[in-house]
Design a protein around this ligand. Structure first.
Ligand SMILES: [Zn+2]
Length: 255
């Protein structure tokens, strides 16, 4: 069985800095446009503009292509299915590039929406303080820069941890599906004081069919990180998916 927590850890540093750079590109872009602003209202108008999603798409594709593909391969290797291990070398990278293009639309617009919202909130919150304290426009811009850096660090950490978790579990599921042997899947929570009670309750629940849905406190999910669970089941979740050979008692007796 794969140790998800340990395996995911090796991606964190890189994905965190890639996520930070992605977010910084959006806030830098706003600060650049704010350079010519005469008033706080001008900056607020700039912050209200729609943002493009290119940076977010590129980041997610990179994460899923790397983490998803690695976990699919590791899962197949772990199940020791020689036939499935012979799948073409680039198959999984290609699979996850196309997965990112077709399956992540909702996530991309969600991250874009939050990014815009965070910038608007910071601009407006500091704008109020600027008004009461009588800041110059230059001071206001400096404070915006500081606050954006802080917010970007915090969000980069959360995006990196969450997306590594989702990509690793999707990779594990797809690896299991393509393992060439009959398999089931099991939800593997990390149980500690930070666990969601509904997720911790999945501990010890019997494996289900690879295409069946887990009932997570009344919410049906394909695997940990499944978008169907909504943000409240996905953000900062640390659960893993285990793929187990679907061996019957009869099979064991016949060995
Ligand atoms: Zn969880």
């Amino acid at each position: 069985m794969l140790n998800h927590e340990r395996l995911r850890a090796k991606y964190l540093r890189t994905v965190r800095s890639e996520s930070y750079r992605m977010l910084k590109r959006y806030t830098d872009d706003l600060l650049k446009r704010a350079e010519t602003a005469q008033t706080i209202g001008d900056v607020q108008a700039q912050a209200a503009r729609e943002i493009d999603t290119v940076g977010i798409e590129l980041l997610l594709t990179k994460i899923y292509k790397r983490v998803g593909a690695d976990f699919a391969k590791l899962t197949i290797k772990d199940l020791n299915s020689q036939k499935a291990q012979r799948i073409e070398i680039d198959y999984w990278e290609d699979y996850f590039v196309s997965y990112s293009r077709t399956k992540l639309g909702q996530k991309i617009s969600w991250i874009a929406g939050t990014t815009k919202q965070v910038m608007e909130d910071v601009v407006s919150r500091l704008g109020t303080i600027a008004g009461t304290e009588g800041w110059s426009i230059a001071t206001y811009r400096n404070k915006l820069q500081e606050e954006f850096t802080f917010m970007n660090r915090y969000r980069a950490e959360r995006i990196a941890r969450t997306e590594i978790m989702v990509a690793s579990n999707v990779g594990t599921l797809e690896g299991g599906r393509n393992s060439g042997i009959p398999v089931k899947k099991r939800w593997e929570p990390i149980v500690d004081q930070w666990s969601r009670p509904d997720h911790a309750a999945m501990e010890g629940v019997d494996p289900i069919g690879i295409d069946e849905l887990f009932n997570v406190g009344g919410v049906m999910m394909q695997q940990p990180g499944d978008e169907a669970g909504g943000a409240e089941h996905v953000i900062n979740c640390r659960c893993g998916l285990a793929i187990v050979p679907d061996t019957t008692y009869e099979d064991i007796l016949n060995r």
